[in-house]
Ligand binder design. Structure first.
Ligand code: EMZ
Length: 387
């Protein structure tokens, strides 16, 4: 099996039962696996809610390590829409030329750097740096801040081996609290200041609400972006002809970005809390009020009922209604930023890199009880060869 192959562990359960089951800190999860069912449940926010106890819709649950509600992620309509309206224009800034130019300069300089090295550990020396530096653009904060964030490692709530880590989370909370105080005293044109100055239903956002948005901004797009970038590098290492193809047919780059994101599905699933006794799929699976389900994006994205050859990367796949960025009200706020990162990364690799040799790799396998899913790499050493 090639290093860049990501098997689908859900196929049999999806076809036979439509669901999977996993235990998570004594709060079991019924995983919804088929694309149609995932979409239906995502749409039905009244029965499958996000605004439960903070941390409970995340799998593994974060209830033990945080009390702050992430916004707008852990809020249901109609309040969800009010918050979303405040943050949405800001999170569309990656479409602006100036933003893209700066992002391109960051990515080009990073690629130029790794081209001079004999051995690059992609996760820590490339993807984490790229993600952190790009985040300075999303927050509109000084570039130097990224050095602090790089020091935090790939996941802000988990230490090595996926264990939840309250101490590590405190580093992020303390940092964000200090930044909010700084912005309250000396407002700039960064995201903290803009949020502190925003109004919802005729009142200013509270510091706790601003913190809720900022935690989500830091946590939600961190390991996900790192996995998308790292896995793409592994893919191009195994498929140098795809790099050449992007060079010859740059018009397929958008499709290639969507396809890689579908195939890798950097976020396996997201939970919801059930508000009334109900069923999750047409064949009927009872779920009880106050239990949890998860919407398994990674499984839905391999559903053969929708995707032809679901386990292959079809670089210019034409019909691609994937749900890697979620679906319905809660679709990913950072998707515009993530898509720009991927787009510019693909263009830059195609322009500058001829081939990539994998020297060593350690896979990151998520343990979902019944399923084991490769989601990325703990580490992967490569040599980038210039064109
Ligand atoms: C939460 C989540 C959001 C959670 C879209 O995902 O990402 C996870 O990585 C975080 O741990 O707190 O932000």
């Amino acid at each position: 099996m090639k290093r860049s192959e990501f098997a689908d562990p859900f196929e049999q359960a999806r076809n036979e039962q439509g669901i999977g089951k996993m235990q998570d800190q004594d709060d079991p999860v019924t995983m919804v696996l088929g694309l149609k069912d995932v979409r239906k449940c995502a749409h039905n926010w009244k029965t499958f809610q996000s605004g439960a106890k903070p941390g409970r819709i995340v799998v593994p649950s974060e209830v033990k390590i945080r009390d702050t509600r992430q916004i707008p992620f852990e809020v249901d309509p109609p309040e969800h829409g009010d918050y979303r309206a405040i943050v949405e224009p800001w999170f569309k800034r990656p479409l602006e030329d100036e933003y893209r130019t700066k992002l391109r300069a960051q990515i080009e300089s990073l690629v130029d750097q790794v081209l001079t090295q004999e051995d690059v550990e992609v996760v820590s020396e490339f993807s984490l740096k790229l993600q952190s530096r790009a985040l300075t653009l999303l927050l509109n904060t000084p570039y130097q801040e990224s050095d602090v964030w790089i020091g935090w490692g790939t996941h802000v709530f988990r230490s090595e081996g996926e264990a939840l880590d309250g101490d590590k989370a405190s580093i992020l909370y303390d940092y964000i609290d200090a930044q909010i105080e700084r912005a309250a005293e000396n407002p700039t044109d960064d995201l903290y200041s803009v949020l502190l100055n925003s109004e919802i239903n005729g009142r200013k956002l509270s510091k706790e609400e601003v913190k809720g948005v900022m935690i989500l901004t830091f946590a939600g797009g961190r390991d996900t972006v790192i996995n998308a970038v790292t896995n793409s590098i592994a893919y191009f290492a195994d498929h140098p002809q795809s790099l050449a193809r992007l060079r010859d047919q740059p018009e397929i780059t958008n499709r290639a970005v969507e396809e890689l994101i579908r195939y890798f599905s950097p976020l396996t699933h997201m939970g919801r809390v059930v508000t009334e006794d109900t069923k999750v799929c047409p064949h009927g699976h009872d779920v009880k009020a106050d239990s949890r389900i998860s919407l398994c994006w990674a499984s839905a994205n391999r559903d053969a009922k929708t995707f032809e050859n679901p386990n292959e990367v079809v670089l210019d796949r034409k019909v691609n209604p994937h749900v890697a960025f979620g679906f319905s009200h809660h679709n990913c706020l950072g998707a515009t930023h993530a898509r720009q990162i991927m787009h510019i990364l693909l263009e830059t690799l195609a322009a500058k890199v001829g081939s990539i040799d994998i020297l060593n790799a350690k896979e990151n396998i998520e343990d979902l009880d019944q399923f084991k899913r490769k989601v990325g790499f703990d580490s992967i050493n490569v040599k980038f060869n210039p064109r």
